[in-house]
Design a protein around this ligand. Structure first.
Ligand SMILES: [Zn+2]
Length: 372
């Protein structure tokens, strides 16, 4: 939803930890709230606010960092469990609602999916328990407050993530339990419907109480639930179809050719985008819109290399279509260069994919009717 607005922080056991812009917004918010609510939190922890060593601002920053680390541990719980189940994890993006682990596949085994979902809240509960012990055993008012505050926050994090709504852990756990009875697709539909109801309730509550953060979370849950369903349906429909079966084969233009030549090639093959081969070997693309920006009378003196766009990723014709959907969805203008080995041979376009999925779903409903 927010594209790729995230920054890489560290790498642990081959897993990149990235921070998403939405989390930075949340951290700024929690720092602010922590500063405001410090006396209240101290009071509820049974600590005299004037006995604290750290000042308000330090508490705000410390508390926000502690939340960041808590969320990271929660996410690493998911990622390391996934690794132990034999699922490759490329990275973790910490977001407002916990995180998103980039995994190459979803566990097929229902018990595995349940385990994978539930481990996050278990980690958060574990931190809450540790903080409870700290709170009970510490002498210093600062440590007592820290244990109390972070303990309750992790408890809240665990409970929130256990809500049965996508993309929260509770939603995934619910899906895996339902899937054991009615199959993955029906289970996902049900779980998504429950998520939508949750999103509406949360959003309306947020609107009535003027809680901007709740409205944002509701919106996030709603769209993530929708995306989960479309992704699953698409994956199911695409089966074992490969990139080469849907990609269009187009002879690439070279970046040293003129814009004029690119324009006439576009006309010839009737495609508003062309694959571009470059001198350094990395595949690129040229779009009709970039050509339009060059005045007509200078198109023979301007070169493709001046306006081409380097592709973030290319697809290989042997790759499974369902595995490249996320990359295709986030690619500039929904197009990726298609390779055969090291040779650039064409394009994979999201518009073709969308059309193809619609045709496949038509086929699926037809055969469903016949079977009924
Ligand atoms: Zn989680």
């Amino acid at each position: 939803m927010f594209g790729t607005a995230s920054w890489k922080m560290i790498r642990i056991r081959g897993i990149d930890l990235k921070i998403h812009i939405s989390l930075l917004i949340l951290l700024a918010y929690t720092t602010f709230i922590a500063i405001l609510q410090l006396p209240l939190a101290a009071q509820s922890a049974g600590v005299d606010p004037y006995a604290l060593t750290l000042g308000r601002l330090s508490w705000g920053i410390l508390f926000s960092l502690a939340i960041l680390i808590s969320v990271a541990l929660h996410e690493f719980g998911h990622a390391l469990t996934a690794q132990s189940l034999g699922i490759e994890v490329k990275g973790i993006t910490l977001m407002m609602l916990g995180g998103i682990s980039e995994m190459n596949s979803i566990p097929e085994n229902r018990y595995s999916e349940f385990k994978l979902a539930i481990i996050g809240p278990v980690v958060s509960l574990g931190i809450a328990a540790l903080m409870y012990l700290l709170n009970r055993s510490a002498e210093s008012p600062d440590l007592i407050l820290f244990g109390h505050w972070l303990g309750y926050t992790n408890l809240a994090l665990a409970i929130f993530n256990l809500l049965p709504a996508f993309p929260l852990d509770g939603g995934r756990a619910l899906r895996s339990v339902l899937a054991a009875r009615v199959g993955t697709l029906r289970a996902t539909r049900t779980a998504v419907n429950i998520s939508r109801i949750f999103a509406w309730v949360l959003g309306l509550f947020g609107a009535f109480t003027f809680n901007f953060l709740l409205i944002l979370i509701a919106f996030f849950i709603y769209s993530a639930a929708q995306a989960e369903l479309s992704m699953l349906i698409s994956r199911g429909l695409l089966g074992n179809i490969r990139v080469g079966d849907l990609g269009v084969r187009l002879t690439p233009v070279h970046e040293s050719q003129s814009i004029e030549e690119a324009a006439s090639e576009m006309m010839r093959v009737k495609s508003p985008v062309l694959p571009v081969s470059t001198s350094n070997g990395s595949p690129a693309l040229i779009f009709l819109d970039s050509i339009k920006m060059i005045p007509k009378d200078s198109r023979d003196r301007t070169y493709i290399r001046d306006v081409r766009i380097t592709a973030s990723r290319s697809v290989e014709i042997t790759e499974l279509l369902k595995d490249v959907i996320p990359d295709l969805a986030t690619a500039p203008l929904g197009v990726l260069p298609m390779m055969e080995g090291s040779r650039l041979i064409g394009l994979l376009r999201s518009s073709d994919l969308a059309q193809f999925i619609q045709l496949k779903s038509l086929e699926a409903t037809d055969s469903g009717k016949r079977a009924a």
